[in-house]
Structure formats: C-alpha cells, structure tokens
Write a protein that binds this ligand. Structure first.
Ligand code: CS2
Length: 482
C-alpha cells in the first residue's frame, strides 16, 4: 500500500497526520521543499493548526528540481517523518501542504501565490547560497538577476521571487506579509530585509509598509534520506512512502514575534516566540553548526563516512570540547538559563546519533557559504579581543585541506560548493605547499574579510596546521593534541 489520502484510514491513529489533509486553507507559501522544511516548519505548523486552528496550510514551492514535488503529488501531498535515535523507529504522516509550486517551471505562478490575500507568510529554506549575498550582506548582482528583478526575465531565483512577489502583492492591496527566513544565516531577518531592499532598488521601488522580516533560529538534524530510511519508514508507518524525511527527536524553533498578518499558534506547540533571537542564532551557528562542520572536514579527511564515525576518532571529542569552551564560549552571550558548554555537549550527543546516517560529505558541502557564519565569526571576534583561537584555526586548516581535494589516504574528496570553480582555479595557480594553498584560499574575498586575510599570525598558524595535517593526517594530529 502506498501512502496517499485513501491509505490514511488503514494507518495506526498515531501515524496519521494531525490535520485532515486538504482541509486547511493555505496561509503560507514556503520556498524550498527539502527534507529540513518537511521535518521542521511543516511539523510545527501542522501541530499548531491541530491545536489552535487557523488557515495556515502550506503551499510548498520546489525551487529547481521537480523530483520531490512530483512524488508528493502522486501521494496527494502527503509524506512522513521517520524519527530515529536507536530506541525504535517512529513514523508519522504530515498533511499540512495544501498545494505546490515550481519556481523554475512556473515562476509567475509562485509570484501570484505570494500576492494572494489568503497568504500572510512567505517562509524559506533554500540554503545559504540561494540568497546570492556576499559575507557583508551585499546582493551579488549579475545581468540575469537584474533582468529578473526588473521583470524583464522570469523570476526564478529567490531574491527575484521575493521582490516580484512583494511588488505584485502591494499592487493588489493584498495586505501585510511576513517574510520568514529559516536558513542558517546570522541575523537572517535583517539580512533578508537588506536583500529585498537592494532588489527593490534595482527594480526602481522601495519596501512597501506592512512587510516584516523577523529573525529565526531553526534547529533539527535532518540528513538526506537513504534507501534504508525508506524501507524503515514503510515498516514503521504501515505504508510505502517514496519521499519520507528522517530526523532526530530533538527539535527547536526560536522566532522573533513580528507577524503583521498573523501567524500559526507555534508557541502553543513548543516554539519559543521572543523579542531577541540573536543570542540563540549565534549560539547555534557557532556551537552547533561550527562544530558540525569541524566533524565533517576532519572526519572526511580521515576517511570516515558519517558524522557519528568522526566522533570515534580518538581524541576528537575532547578537542571539540576545547574548541567550544576556549574559542566559541568567549564570543557568545547565551540566552538566559543556557550555557555554551552545556549546549555544545548536547550538540555533540546529538551528532553521535548513528541512526541518522548523516554523511560527512553532506555537512561538508557549501563550506564557502557556511564557514563565514559558523567559524570565521568566532575567529574574527577572538582576534578583535587580542586572543588566538587555536582550535578554530585548526578547523579552518582542515577545511583548506578538504578544499584541496584529497583525504589523508590520497583518495579524492568532492568539492560541492558554489565557489568550487574559483577555488580550484586559485589552487591550480598557487604552489602546492602549505603556504601556497593557505595564501591562495585566504585571498578569496568572497569568503575571508580583509581583517582575517591580512592577519599574519593567523596565516602562520594556518600554514603550520595545514602542514601538520598534510604530513601526519587527522588521526595522528588529533591524537597528539588530545
Ligand atoms: C548541518 C546543518 O548540513 C549542515 O551544514 O550543519 O544542516 C544542521 O544539521 C542543522 O542546521 C541542524 O539544525
């Protein structure tokens, strides 16, 4: 039996969606139909509607590939979340999506959906690179994006969908709107406001009144679904789902409460609504994502497949604890009642969940887009205070080794990164020595701000760590440090 509306009655009650699929009118357009959205915001929103009502169904928009979209359509928009932690699989179907769109295939349809008066929130999980922002928050404009922003070309990119959608909505008098970025960017609300304002300027317009950009911190580990997860979902759910998502039990959502058009009752189902998301965002980006990236680069270099395998490298957990305590903690003022060290320990426990099958290579991708938020901020803050964050610099050296493209065994490593072409180009032009590689990468101003690129002490330490890692490999180097 395949998962679809007709199959729901045969599922165990606890495996069925919390709302009747198709019964909730859409109030949200969500850009990004990836696993993370389906295991996070969709789950919170469905629970909120089940608990406190409201027309908050979601129109899910696939940015590029139609693959997930087509499969979801054959399942009447349904999919399930498989929660794993080694204590028994649990699967629950989700039915909050009331429609779908495809940005690459029908961008004008997406713009029309954003302009619909029934819609009051446009949310996004499109990953860092889709915003086309440089580390300083400037929109990376090219001819194609300009044409999209001004309406001369179909708006297939995220900045253009937002700008054209907001303009059309304003022209239609469709009411206030909240734009909710659910990606791992520091200060994500303000950044997306800046992006939209820059895009509107190119289009010869200004931001209309009644559009809000609250910041939010989203957290749940949701790796790519494997064939094994699909098999296990069928067993736990009682029906075959072609597009389940797999997640850890932990989930967290902290949201700045600024929704001029209203919002689902997320606070009634575990989300934290607050006036200050900044401290949560910074804590999460540095003490969770930064440490995750460290596991990914060091583990991939050491030939380990999974994040959970990386933590088996002798001495690595101790090293990461020192990274958290000595380098990250002094840069973060955590929210009340939370300590950076306690939070970091919980992150490490979560990473040890083998059932997730989270691959190092997946977390390692897009390093040029992720590291500025996750790692370089820690380094820059410590340097500004006159301190030297040795562990963070070690992790940066590991990324450089990773970007060079070879594991410690000599096996090649994939560089899946929007700057991959540029990185390969500068490395090919530089001497293949620690100083050559470090110098070439530090000169990439799309990644490194001038204060770090011009920091000689940092450069010397990177060269030293890069050399150590190249000569001895991760396992020996980490053991010698532990
Ligand atoms: C991970 C995140 O892939 C990555 O870069 O660090 O996706 C991480 O799993 C989530 O942010 C956890 O909330």
């Amino acid at each position: 039996m395949s998962l679809n509306r007709a199959a729901l009655d045969s599922l165990k009650p606890e495996n069925r969606p919390a709302v009747t699929p198709g019964s909730v009118r859409p109030g949200v357009v969500h850009l990004g139909l990836g696993a993370f959205h389906r295991a996070h915001q969709a789950v919170y929103t469905e629970a909120a509607v089940a608990a406190s009502g409201g027309n908050w169904g979601i129109i899910g928009v696939a940015p590029r590939s139609r693959e997930i979209l087509d499969k979801l359509r054959t399942q009447d928009g349904l999919y399930s979340v498989l929660t794993v932690d080694g204590t028994g699989d649990r699967a629950k179907a989700v039915g909050i999506h009331g429609g779908f769109g495809h940005a690459a295939g029908d961008p004008h349809g997406v713009v029309a959906a954003i302009a619909d008066p029934g819609i009051r929130i446009v949310s996004m999980t499109v990953t860092e690179k889709a915003y086309r922002l440089d580390p300083a928050g400037r929109l990376l404009l090219d001819e194609q994006l300009r044409a999209q922003l001004t309406g001369q070309a179909p708006p297939t990119t995220v900045p253009a969908l937002l700008v054209r959608g907001i303009l059309r909505r304003h022209a239609a008098g469709a009411g206030p709107l909240t734009v909710l970025c659910c990606d791992n960017l520091q200060g994500n609300g303000a950044r997306i406001r800046g992006l939209v304002e820059q895009g509107l300027e190119v289009a010869g317009a200004t931001l209309p009144a009644g559009v809000a950009f609250p910041a939010t911190m989203v957290d749940r580990i949701v790796p790519a679904t494997s064939a094994d997860h699909i098999r296990r979902t069928a067993v736990a759910l009682g029906a075959h789902d072609a597009v389940p998502v797999v997640a850890e039990p932990f989930t967290q959502w902290v949201i700045e409460d600024d929704f001029p058009g209203g919002r689902p009752g997320w606070d009634g189902v575990g989300a934290i609504m607050t006036g200050d998301v900044t401290s949560w965002e910074k804590l999460k980006l540095r003490a969770l994502n930064g440490v995750h990236s460290a596991c990914a680069y060091l583990g991939a270099l050491a030939g380990r497949e999974l994040i959970a395998d990386s933590l088996q490298i002798p001495g690595l957990t101790a090293l990461l604890r020192r990274f958290i305590a000595e380098d990250i903690a002094p840069t973060v003022q955590p929210p009340e009642g939370v300590t950076v060290i306690g939070y970091g320990d919980t992150s490490l426990d979560r990473f040890a969940n083998r059932e997730l099958g989270h691959r190092n290579i997946q977390v390692a991708m897009d390093g040029s887009q992720k590291l500025p938020y996750r790692l370089l901020g820690t380094i820059a803050d410590r340097r500004r205070d006159g301190a030297f964050p040795g562990w963070a610099v070690f992790v940066l050296a590991a990324w450089m080794r990773f970007a060079r493209g070879y594991a410690d065994s000599g096996a090649s490593l994939p560089l899946d990164d929007p700057l991959a072409g540029r990185i390969r180009e500068v490395l090919a032009a530089a001497p293949d020595t620690p100083a050559g590689v470090v110098g070439a990468l530090l000169a990439l101003d799309q990644i490194f701000p001038p204060a770090l690129a011009g920091d000689d002490e940092l450069r010397r330490a990177l060269i030293r760590w890069y050399g150590e890692l190249e000569r001895h490999g991760v396992e020996t180097t980490v053991r010698s440090l532990a």
